[in-house]
Design a protein around this ligand. Structure first.
Ligand code: NAD
Length: 360
């Protein structure tokens, strides 16, 4: 297994480095930036655990004492991914004299990656940034591919731009402090890649879950990053539809997150229910066999999450219609055909309502 995945895009080329070696990181960092000023954006939890470590590492970068590391800390969790926090970041950056030659580092989970990326894309019309993901979800998904965004009330990721990082450094040591609920949350996205692309990977992940421990995080992360990069290379800005397949389970998930005001479910948890919902729709439309549906249900059930919320089906449908993939009022859902094959399909409202009613 290689530890460097090149992301060669039209807009930019960069590397994903999967390594526990600080030297590897510093060498790769040197190749992408000559800056002496870093602006680390992180959240309150990650600050306590890992900020000092990264800050000291960056200072080692150069033997002279010129390297300066400024930081901005926002509240943890989805509610921190909003315009108010973005505005705080702009003001803090100005106060700290961050300029076009500085480099932003997103140190944290997907929330930090998304808001820091959006900040980097827009501050002074765009400055360099690097992703240092610290959750499993961010390592296998959100730190790769250049989607950046903030939420506005009841609408997730609706304001954002595509903006690629200069480097992504994935170090599984950060996972040591990550609570198990968040490991499971990331694992849901790993299952998503398996269901979309790879039956063998599905079997591998199922075995790991049944055994009750993860033997090789680096391998799982490598596989997920590999698949994400293949898709992003083909469809960087989600234009041709190839990238849309990665949204398997996401239309329902985003609606569920909004329905519960981003407070009840973690993103990956919502994606579990989204994948189950999409598979129920596939079954209803006879696009997948009962066996496939059972296989999807089996692996998701192993993660042991409960959808203990009363759903108003009409309200949820309306929220699903706010999805960016809705065209002319029709909901386009990524549906499963068999393990390793999914496709975007336009689904009528009555079918969605029927599946929701029978499920909740
Ligand atoms: N840009 C994309 O392509 C993309 C893809 C998927 C998800 N996302 C976004 O990612 C976000 C979810 O990301 P997430 O699940 O990483 O959530 P998160 O960023 O909220 O992190 C989860 C929690 O873990 C804490 N944490 C982070 N690293 C830690 C560590 N090493 N040890 C202990 N605690 C740690 C955080 O403080 C937070 O409380 C959502 O906003 C979602 O929309 C974006």
């Amino acid at each position: 297994m290689k530890n460097l995945i090149p992301v060669n895009l039209k807009s930019q080329k960069y590397n994903i480095l999967i390594s526990q070696s600080e030297n590897d990181f510093l060498k790769n960092l040197k190749k992408v930036t000559a800056t002496t000023t870093f602006f680390i954006i992180t959240d309150k939890n990650v600050k306590k655990l890992h900020l000092k470590y990264l800050s000291n590492l960056l200072k080692q970068r150069s033997n002279d004492s010129k390297v300066s590391v400024k930081t901005a800390v926002i509240s943890a969790g989805e509610t921190g991914k909003n315009i108010k926090k973005l505005s705080f970041l702009y003001n803090k950056a100005l106060k700290e004299s961050i300029d076009r030659n500085s480099c932003v580092i997103a140190l944290g989970g997907g929330v930090i990656g998304d808001i820091a990326g959006f900040f980097a894309a827009t501050y002074m019309r765009g400055i360099d940034f690097i992703q240092v993901p610290t959750t499993l979800l961010a390592m296998i998904d959100s730190s790769i591919g250049g989607k950046t965004a903030v939420n506005i009330t009841k609408c997730k990721n609706i304001v954002g731009v595509f903006y690629q990082p200069k480097l992504v450094w994935i170090n599984i040591c950060f996972l040591i402090t990550l609570p198990s609920q968040h490991i499971k949350n990331g694992f849901a996205e790993a299952i998503k890649y398996a269901l979309i692309f790879d039956r063998k990977f599905y079997t591998y992940l199922k075995k790991e879950l049944i055994n009750g421990f993860i033997k090789d995080f680096d391998y799982i992360i490598y596989k997920c990053c590999f698949y994400k990069v293949q898709v992003v290379k083909k469809d960087e800005k989600e234009i041709s539809g190839v990238r849309t397949t990665l949204n398997f389970g996401h239309t329902f998930a985003h609606a569920l997150e909004a329905y519960t005001s981003y407070k009840k479910f973690l993103h990956g948890e919502a994606v579990i229910f989204g994948m189950l919902f999409a598979s129920l729709v596939s079954l209803k439309l006879k696009l997948c066999s009962k066996k496939t549906f059972k296989e999807v249900k089996q692996i998701l059930t192993l993660l042991d999450f409960k959808l203990n919320v009363k759903i108003n089906t009409r309200q949820l449908l309306n929220l699903m219609k706010k999805d960016k993939k809705t065209t002319s009022g029709n909901i386009n859902l990524v549906l499963i055909f068999k393990i390793g094959k999914v496709k975007s399909v336009s689904v009528r409202d009555d079918i969605i309502l029927n599946v929701l009613k029978n499920w909740s």
